[in-house]
Design a protein around this ligand. Structure first.
Ligand code: ARG
Length: 405
């Protein structure tokens, strides 16, 4: 505990006792999803929003019942926008795009947003705004306004903010603001950026991967052990992103080894954490179909520069880097069809609260049963609505404080 009574910020593993976590309670941004835009907005269906909120509240309550402090992104964002003029300017600047709106409308909108109270601005920055919702007089000199349909977005909604894992992550005592790959998600990091820059809770927090030159998403980053990081490269994080992250964590002495793990460039495996998460300090749960084929390039920090080895089998390379004899894979032993169904429903996407204690979606009955048979405590949550965005307990959480391993 520090002077303010809260746990020190940071995380050096996937499984150290979880003390504080950043979640985003799904809100009005999910109500923007329609059958016309859901693909582009990376949802596989239209969630029933009230039920998604109930499911999310139950997730947050479970974490609290286990002694975890839950920070909600909307609360932090309103507090940040209320306290800092610079944060407001930055948030508005990222949301109002003159290339899309033209200068006239962009200027009017930015001027309007600067006067909006912080909680309302927080909602607009997350849920977006349509042309119909624009407050400015109808006969404005904006051609853009006249030519757009009222239901079009002036500011795009951010339904994937729910997946707080991807837009920032902590490594050691530092926080990394990521660089999201797809247009539907790029603006999310403008919000995590201002929260970590201006909210008093994070005063003094230093940054990792500051250059964020190339795409790196938090769902691809696994802290296998202190000093050892795995980075998935596939649909989201690029080879250049993994390389830049490795260089940066070496320079900041946050890691000595980075394992770069190629994963299929597919919707079902958009991040490394959709196929593999840690459930104990020496154990992972993994999509069985890839168990024997997953490989890794090992980048090692040297006195001068780096060395790159591989690709080698992932499990062996990981065990070696972690300095353990063997990285256990919880053998879910599932037939291929069940395994494929449960992988799609984020059965492999668990959030560890402590070594051997994980949160998982209840619907993945078989995977959960095998985890328990291997001695892992599984805390089940409902996710019928939450899951329609293709993200499980790990994707929906950004650990802000874990006890060091
Ligand atoms: N870490 C994760 N697996 N996040 C899941 C993100 C899901 C989100 N709909 C997307 O496609 O980006």
């Amino acid at each position: 505990m520090n002077a303010s009574g809260s746990a020190p910020l940071g995380a050096n593993s996937e499984v150290g006792q979880l003390r504080a976590v950043l979640l985003h309670r799904p809100g009005d941004e999910l109500k923007r999803l329609t059958p016309r835009n859901n693909d582009q907005l990376l949802f596989d269906g239209l969630p029933w929003v009230d039920r998604a909120q109930e499911e999310h509240d139950a997730f947050a309550d479970l974490l609290r019942s286990r002694g975890v402090e839950v920070l909600l992104l909307s609360d932090l964002l309103s507090e940040t926008l209320g306290a800092s003029g610079a944060a407001r300017i930055q948030g508005i600047g990222a949301a109002v795009d003159p290339r899309k709106l033209g200068h006239t409308l962009a200027q009017e909108l930015a001027a309007h947003l600067r006067r909006v109270p912080a909680p309302e601005l927080s909602t607009i920055l997350t849920a977006g705004m349509t042309f119909d919702e624009l407050p400015v007089a109808a006969n404005t000199a904006s051609l853009v306004r006249r030519m757009h349909h009222g239901g079009d977005f002036v500011i795009d909604p951010l339904p994937n903010l729910l997946f707080t894992r991807d837009s920032s992550f902590w490594i050691g005592p530092r926080v990394a603001i990521t660089s999201l790959a797809l247009p539907a998600r790029v603006r999310e990091t403008s919000l995590t950026d201002i929260i970590y820059a201006h909210h008093p809770r994070f005063r003094g927090a230093r940054r990792a991967y500051e250059s964020h030159t190339a795409p790196v998403e938090g769902g691809d980053v696994l802290l296998l052990a202190p000093g050892v990081v795995a980075v998935g490269v596939g649909e989201r994080t690029t080879p250049a992103g993994a390389e830049a992250l490795a260089r940066s964590v070496f320079e900041d002495e946050l890691a000595h080894t980075v394992l770069v793990v190629p994963i299929a460039q597919a919707r079902a495996s958009m991040h490394l954490d959709t196929v593999c998460t840690m459930v104990d300090h020496d154990a992972v749960v993994m999509y069985p179909v890839i168990q024997d084929t997953l490989s890794a390039f090992t980048i090692h920090r040297e006195d001068k520069g780096v060395s790159i080895r591989g690709a080698d089998p992932f499990l062996a390379a990981a065990a070696e880097a972690m300095g353990i004899g063997k990285l256990r894979v919880i053998d879910t032993g599932l037939d291929n069809v069940t395994a494929e169904r449960e992988q799609w429903d984020d059965g492999n996407n668990t959030l560890a609260l402590a070594p051997g204690v994980v949160v998982a979606y209840e619907r993945n009955v078989e995977t959960n049963a095998r985890l328990e048979a291997s001695g892992i405590e599984v805390l089940r949550i409902a996710g019928s609505e939450l899951g329609s965005g293709r993200g499980g307990p790990r994707c929906m959480s950004c650990p802000v404080a874990r006890d060091p391993l």
